[in-house]
Design a protein around this ligand. Structure first.
Ligand code: AMP
Length: 218
């Protein structure tokens, strides 16, 4: 299965991709996670990406395309993969098509996760994550057992710097202008399935599995 999870920031695509990856034993490639790790480790990639990320802007296409290209070349991706947060521009989508075209293994499906904008802002502003093990929580929808403390490794939870209100507004505008055109791009190519992302995580997961089943993928 070769899938892309598309959607505005905060629609829950990372959470859903994580679960599908675990269920079908597929590697999940999240460009946001890879970039955040690079920023934490202060690698040259991290230093290049940091300012864009903190402001909620996109990192240049050439940078993320390079990351994805090297990940997809790893043997673990030969049997399939999930892309979360990539592609985010039509240019990235074209680069991806070229990468997959050379291996004769095109995308099977693009899942467009849809949630109203007001819900997205609420989801992002309540999101907390563990700086050590990267577990993700939400103050209302998925709270940790002890407030502010990671269930898994007991570290103090933090808010992502780009989940602050100003950065959230920029990210949503960037999404509308640069990423939303991918919906039409993939629809025209017969690859898009819309997925209603409202409601509890398990419910969305059930709908997602139905979509995959209807496509003969699960
Ligand atoms: P995410 O965790 O997917 O919301 O990504 C966090 C941030 O990483 C984004 O706001 C961008 O600054 C950067 N980023 C992640 N994926 C991409 C991408 N495919 N293209 C450009 N920038 C990206």
């Amino acid at each position: 299965m070769r899938l892309v999870f598309l959607g505005a920031p905060g629609v829950g695509k990372g959470t859903q991709a994580e679960r599908i990856a675990a269920r079908f034993h597929l590697p999940k490639i999240s460009t946001g996670d890879i970039l955040r790790e690079a920023v934490r480790n202060q690698t040259p990639l991290g230093l290049e990406a940091k300012a864009c990320m903190e402001q909620g802007k996109l990192v240049p296409d050439s940078v993320v395309v390079g990351i994805v290209k090297s990940k997809l070349a790893e043997p673990g991706c030969a049997g399939g993969f999930l892309l979360d947060g990539f592609p985010r521009t039509v240019g990235q989508a074209e680069e991806l098509a070229a990468m997959l075209g050379t291996t004769g293994r095109p995308l099977d499906r693009v899942l467009n996760v849809v949630v109203p904008r007001t819900d997205v802002v609420r989801r992002l502003s309540g999101r907390r994550s563990c700086p050590k093990c990267q577990a993700v929580y939400h103050v209302d929808f998925a709270p940790p057992k002890t407030e502010g403390v990671c269930d898994q490794c007991k570290s103090a939870l933090v808010q992502r710097s780009d989940d602050r209100r100003e950065a959230v507004e920029t990210r949503l505008t960037v999404y509308e202008e640069q990423t939303a055109p991918l919906i039409a791009y993939y629809r025209q190519r017969g690859l898009l399935s819309d997925l209603d992302g409202k409601g509890p995580i398990d419910e969305v997961q059930g709908r997602l599995l139905n979509v995959l089943a209807a496509q003969g993928l699960a």
